[in-house]
Design a binder for this molecule. Sequence first.
Ligand code: SAM
Length: 437
Amino acid sequence: MQSKFKNEKEMSTALGNHILVEFMNCDPHIMNDVAAIERDMVDAAKKAEATVINSTFHHFSPYGVSGVVVIQESHLAIHTWPEYGYAAVDVFTCGEMNAWIAFDYLKESFQAKSYSAIEMKRGSVNLLTRNDFDISSMRQKANEWVNPGFYTRNVWFTDKDENQALSLRFTGDVFYDHQSPFQRVRILESYKYGKMLALDDMVMTTENDEFHYHEMISHPALFMHPNPKNVLVIGGGDGGTIREVLRHPGVEKVTMVEIDGAVIEACKEHLPNIAASFDDPKLTLLVDDGIAFAQQAAPGTYDVILVDGSDPVGPAEGLFSVSFYTNCYNALKEDGILVAQGESPKFNEKAFRELNHTLQDIFGVDKAPVSLFFVPTYPTGMWSFQYGLKGNIQGPIHQKEAEIEAFVSSNGLRYYNSALHNASFALPNFVKELIKK
Ligand code: SAM
């Protein structure tokens, strides 16, 4: 594509050149892929021989991306509406750079089937008064700042609801990206928390804080139960929960029912420290729907059931239903413990409260305790596991300090300990109010 300005003279009467572009009928998936868009925008700048200073990109949940690439020659910016296959792009340049080269590259990258563009001069020098700056010292300083090879990438992954968000800066590198029949499975790398598993646009687990979650979903119940031998895990595709369960020598059999094989595959390959126990001989791994599995499960089979499911949307919606928890109750032995990923009293309050009321209805009003713990990479950081205690299970408070502390030190646990076990069931008043029936 050529510039409409005929000659250098016309160009030189303005400080900058601005192209405003409407890219239409683009691939909606590309329009929602922050990492791909950041990469293409940076490459477009480089193709036009610009010097990239930094890039800042944000992915909005449920969809849409905004970002800017700051270049020595000004900027390239974009806002996308994946639901319309539309991207508003602008390329502002000064100096020799031919912005239309970037335009052509982006048109291809976004698979835009149609577009419109206008080009305008910015900063007409006839209308401006020049201040006397000592250019040489300015240029000297600027060259010290700019290191052509290096630029900071600010690509943000945001997990949010309509009023609250958690954003993590990630490197832009995508190690795994697959749309499974159930959800979009991605492995990304964040600067602060290392590699992370995202399902659709929700953070599931990260290398640097996964132990908070996996130690607290498993150990309290396995110490609360007098003699846990047969454990069922529903979900838990990253493998962190079975890793912790299999630390308990008394556990003889673990059955894991994960609906999405792509999650297991992605985590085995890219999160091996979390997906560390899939080859354990005590494990029976089923890639199947946990809701259907609980329905067919033989009554009185399990000592402990751990529901390590994602948020109540998509495949996991049914993991918050009365029928599912009734089936789990029946699948537990006389004395059994159910633990469920319980959402947050400060994020998804409705799901949090309704789940506890369901467990109170099925297990008993004083048999559905809540344990609170912290996961920095979940929105609000305050998260819960909700329990169902069946039969004569005494709990949730334990009297096993010595046994627990010995287990904690011999396994090098980094979150769970005997004091925290009991403390996690001490609820703030607003939470007690929230779950009061
Ligand atoms: N820690 C995460 C959280 O709090 O959201 C959960 C992590 S774990 C990866 C959640 C797993 O539940 C996912 O792998 C997902 O595929 C699985 N899952 C969702 N619905 C399911 C179902 N109906 N049956 C079995 N697994 C399911």
